[in-house]
Design a protein around this ligand. Structure first.
Ligand SMILES: Cc1cc2nc3c(=O)[nH]c(=O)nc-3n(C[C@H](O)[C@H](O)[C@H](O)COP(=O)(O)O)c2cc1C
Length: 351
């Protein structure tokens, strides 16, 4: 199993929306960890180009992460708690709420439209065709058939889970390993059900309870920002730790300048988990957008994400961090602008 046989037990998290690049994935893998491409929100053609670039940069194994759309998810209840007309109306009401901000920033707010499949079928075909060494999923649990088909091409399959119940469900679909994500994680919480409030249990407790419940290798993610914490997480039973926020300032990352500056700006003093940006819970630095709209967005991903995208684009153009999604885990102050190999080796050193 790739994740339990790494030279350095560190996985570079997939980070959709810009931070993950082929250069970053290859740098993490070359340093002895496991680098990841983020396939979420990319079409299959763009992902194919990125995969080719990683193959050109490294001979080491790497992974590709995909978002599981509602149409391919076997875990969330059908119908969903917020569905059909009620869902469309809730998204539309949130869109109305943002209208004044949009006008002020000169931003266009898109219509939500129907469920988006994120080019799922073509991306699943792609990872099978390309024989990518590892594929991880977040936001849902694909069917056993899809998982088996991917495994038949020699690929190992990882599913992100946030509690024991989800870990058991993923194990029931014969996955090769679990990414257990704890509450301190930057970016989106990977709950299998978008409407669920994820467990607030500390990552150490989550890892040990998942380990006792399920006999699968575990990659542990969320707020791992020091070699000491990495060692403790591994002592609790994780085969490797997965880090996102710590890599955001690396030169190989594609992190937007507005995001980079905010991560080192002392006026940002906290992170919080909110649905305001995307309709799914995600941890960001606390900024004006989060303060203004937290608690008002419906649990409707990806529709809310689509509606708010125009605001983020306008904020990026104006270099205004107050209206941008500043994804960050609780350990954000430890992120440094050093090569990814340095971050991976430093973190792995104590493990
Ligand atoms: C900017 C950013 C983008 C992320 N995008 C993804 C993603 O596309 N897919 C995914 O599975 N996880 C994503 N995550 C979550 C990571 O996989 C991981 O759980 C998290 O980064 C771990 O916490 P840390 O940021 O404190 O290290 C993202 C995290 C960040 C910070």
């Amino acid at each position: 199993m790739v994740v339990s046989e790494l030279d350095v037990p560190v996985v570079g998290a997939p980070m959709a929306g810009g931070p993950s690049t082929p250069e970053l994935a290859a740098a993490v893998s070359d340093a002895g960890g496991l680098g990841f491409l983020a396939g979420g929100m990319l079409d299959a053609a763009a992902l194919q180009e990125q995969i080719a670039e990683v193959w050109a940069r490294t001979e080491r194994p790497f992974g590709v992460n995909l978002f599981v759309p509602a149409t391919a998810d076997t875990y969330a209840p059908r119908p969903r708690p917020l569905d059909g007309t009620a869902r469309a109306m809730a998204v539309s009401a949130y869109r109305d709420r943002l209208a004044a901000d949009a006008a002020r920033l000169g931003a266009e707010l898109a219509e939500a439209g129907p469920d988006d499949t994120d080019d799922w079928d073509r991306k699943v075909d792609l990872v099978i065709r390309e024989r990518v060494p590892v594929v991880s999923f977040t936001f849902g649990l694909p069917s056993g058939d899809v998982i088996h088909e991917i495994q038949r091409s020699g690929t190992q399959v990882v599913v992100t889970v946030t509690d024991v119940e989800e870990a058991r469900a993923a194990a029931g679909h014969d996955v090769d390993a679990l990414c257990v994500q704890g509450p301190d994680a930057g970016g989106h919480r990977g709950t299998l059900d978008e409407s669920k409030e994820p467990s607030g249990d500390d990552l150490l407790d989550l890892v040990s309870s998942v380990r006792s419940a399920v006999a699968l290798p575990v990659v542990a993610a969320g707020g791992v920002a020091t070699p000491e914490r990495a060692a403790r997480v591994r002592a609790a039973g994780a085969d490797a730790v997965q880090i996102g926020t710590l890599l955001l300032l690396c030169p190989e990352a594609g992190t937007h300048l507005v995001h980079r500056r905010a991560l080192t700006d002392p006026s940002f003093t906290d992170t919080a988990v909110t649905r305001a940006f995307s309709g799914r819970l995600a941890r960001s630095l606390v900024n004006d957008f989060l303060r203004a709209h937290d608690g008002h967005a419906p649990a409707a991903y990806p529709e809310v994400n689509k509606v708010t995208r125009g605001l983020r684009r306008a904020a990026a153009a104006a270099e205004d961090p107050q209206w941008f999604a500043l994804w960050a885990g609780t350990g954000w102050r430890r992120a440094r602008p050093v090569p990814a190999a340095v971050v991976v080796r430093d973190l792995g050193a104590a493990s």
